[in-house]
Design a protein around this ligand. Sequence first.
Ligand SMILES: [Zn+2]
Length: 457
Amino acid sequence: MADHDYPQVKKIDVISGARVLSEGWDPTVQHDIYIEGSEIKNIAPHLTSASSHTSKKVLDARNCLIAPSLCHAHIHLDKCFLLSDPKFADLEIVKGDFAEAMEITAKAKARFDKDDLLRRGTWLIAESIAAGVTHMRAFVEVDHIVHMKCLNAAIDLKRKFAAACTIQICAFAQEPIYSGTHGDANRELMEAAVFNEHVSVVGTTPYVENNEETLKKNIGWAMKMGSDCNIHLDFHLDYNLDGSKNAQTDFVAKRLQSMSLYQRIRSSAERLTVVLSHCTRLTMYDEPEWQALSQCVQHLELYFVGLPTSDLYMMGKPRDHEGGGERVRGTLQIPQMIQRYGIRGAIAINNVGNAFTPYGSCDPLSIASMGVGLYHAGTKKDARMLYECVSGRAMEAIGYSSRPFMIGEPATFVLFDMRGSGGSLLSTRRERKSLQEVLFDPPKGRKTILKGHLITT
Ligand SMILES: [Zn+2]
């Protein structure tokens, strides 16, 4: 396949015979979904006669369950698959802690060039699309080590995949911007990056600063940049399980109260959001603290994104004096935060194939599936919630609207082959029939439709 033919994008007029997995739809009934341009024109009971659709570009989906497409609310595009790329084979994990992850990644970053950024980025985007992802917030670092290399590669990838995946770029300061020898240089580079027309989000990591004063300056700087550039905000925050440290989440939420830009009163077309991720320190909150946070965030466009694979890996390391049977871990209980406190949120993959998170795939559904055990979420209602956390709620968190299966809305879906795999005879295969089964054991056979187009990578 020639490079200009990739990814393949094929117009679809009718999705025929699919069973709809979405609120208010009976998954036992087959439907035909008619598409005009990029939007849903009509959804009607399935016409069983194949000739009914002969003049159309029909996608036969009689063996498929169709659901809202998936979304990465938080994924690092530039430092993915460092552990898979032969170029970085010498950078092995030895200790497995956060300091080593920063150190290994900084060494890798010093060697980043356009070729490997595009190669690894293409792996991530292509594998994500194959999993059913149509939207992603892609983090790329900007600092004294990489300068604008990662951002420029992300812009190239955003253009290359424009018809296949909506890529929202976050200019991200993983390094300190107010402390250390390179703080000022990092900040100046970020100040240039956030004004780039392709950048929709400013992101920082306040906890890498050297004290509480510089940490607060980091937050204040990002808020000023967000409002100067009229873009979304995204903080990696409160990534600890240390009760002696103040949670900065309250500080951020209170500061946002006086910023009209990030209030829920704005129209959906102008909506700008603030995302707080990790926030493991909040798992030590008691009931009154959760109630107070809930009150504080109700009028804000504030979303929490749980990153469970990274949290479990980074926080599962035993301290030297421990025997090995003891582990302290924490990750945001996103479904419970939504259900019990009315706090908005989603869950995401964060990193894949690097020293921060060596394991996992580009499939958001793998995280949702892990959530069944992690959040003790095994009911039908839980399955819907977990699915939403990697689809509609994830899109909402990063500023897109999601009204699946409504006439006039974008025809954007994922189709799951419900026949399963294994068994040489179709009759011996185990069929998936419900969203719960999709969550418990995500199907591998999938098709991705973005705005009325079948995407193949
Ligand atoms: Zn992250």
